[in-house]
Design a protein around this ligand. Structure first.
Ligand SMILES: [Zn+2]
Length: 284
């Protein structure tokens, strides 16, 4: 089974990485240096994490849940990101460049583990092979909570990734399912909940996380993907997300998500079951 693990940082403290360092890491790769110079190989991680965020493409998680992860990491919670594909069909950049950018973004957010399952960008399906790969990651990382793509969105990979991860999160708890992975223990594991972040389409959230104080960290992580977003130096084709206006949109989304919940900035999530609480007083 192909699993590309390309990044690991220890602990949950957020390293202080400047944009110049990010740029130097990724610029070198664009210049043709090997990915191995930027990305450290890692052994199989079987450490239990508090939160595991899946994204169809590298940068999905940063754009829609980056503030949530940065806040959790700053509070000492362990977070991991699993990218389903390498984003190899993206108009700008390449899979190698995006891998280096993803590693830099993980450093900025303070996540403790990041890996890539190597599914086919644009063509992965919810099938036996993809389900077992996702189940294997869930069983290995044993998250309390899973975060996944938007339930429906402009890019068809997003809704399919949401369905894939939600189904795998359920199946992962069935004792008779074996994934065939040598890396993952075949111990059943079911996360408490799957929260779907909101992407391009406006959707009504069931839960809003207050990310005030963490928006700039989110933006720093997003801008680590210099190949994808606005870069005045870039000579690559413009895309719907490469204009400066797109960043205005992302910032506006944080404001509009937060406002109804009483927050300066927020990130919204949908969940396909009622949100439980011990007491109404615990809810904001
Ligand atoms: Zn995406």
């Amino acid at each position: 089974m192909f699993i590309e693990r390309f990044h690991k940082v220890g602990g949950t403290e957020r390293p202080n990485i400047g944009m110049s360092e990010i740029n130097s890491r990724t610029r070198g790769l664009r210049g043709g240096l090997g990915r191995a110079e930027y990305l450290c190989a890692m052994s199989h991680s079987t450490a239990q994490v508090d939160v595991l965020a899946f994204g169809a493409h590298p940068d999905d998680v940063e754009l829609s849940a980056g503030g949530t992860l940065a806040k959790l990491a700053a509070e000492g919670k362990s977070c991991a990101i699993v990218d389903l594909t390498r984003g190899e069909l993206g108009t700008r950049g390449s899979a190698e460049i995006r891998a280096a950018e993803a590693a830099a973004a993980a450093d900025i957010l303070g996540v403790s583990h990041r890996e890539n399952l190597g599914l086919a960008d644009g063509f992965f399906e919810v099938n036996d092979e993809s389900l077992r790969k996702v189940i294997s990651a869930i069983r290995r990382l044993q998250p309390s909570v899973v975060i996944a793509n938007a339930l429906n969105d402009r890019h068809p990979d997003h809704g399919r990734a949401a369905a894939l991860v939600a189904r795998a999160a359920f199946l992962s708890g069935l004792v008779k399912i074996e994934t065939g992975s040598e890396a993952a223990p075949e111990m059943p594991w079911r996360p408490r909940a799957v929260y779907h972040f909101i992407q391009d389409q406006d959707r009504v959230p069931d839960v809003v996380v207050n990310i005030e104080g963490h928006l700039e960290t989110k933006f720093k992580a997003v801008m680590a993907y210099a190949s994808q977003f606005h870069d005045p130096q870039s000579t690559e084709p413009e895309t719907p997300i490469s204009s400066p206006e797109f960043m205005d949109h992302v910032r506006g989304r944080a404001t509009s998500m937060g406002r109804p919940a009483g927050f300066k900035h927020g990130e919204g999530f949908e969940v396909r079951r009622p949100v439980g609480t011990e007491s109404l007083l615990d809810l904001i």
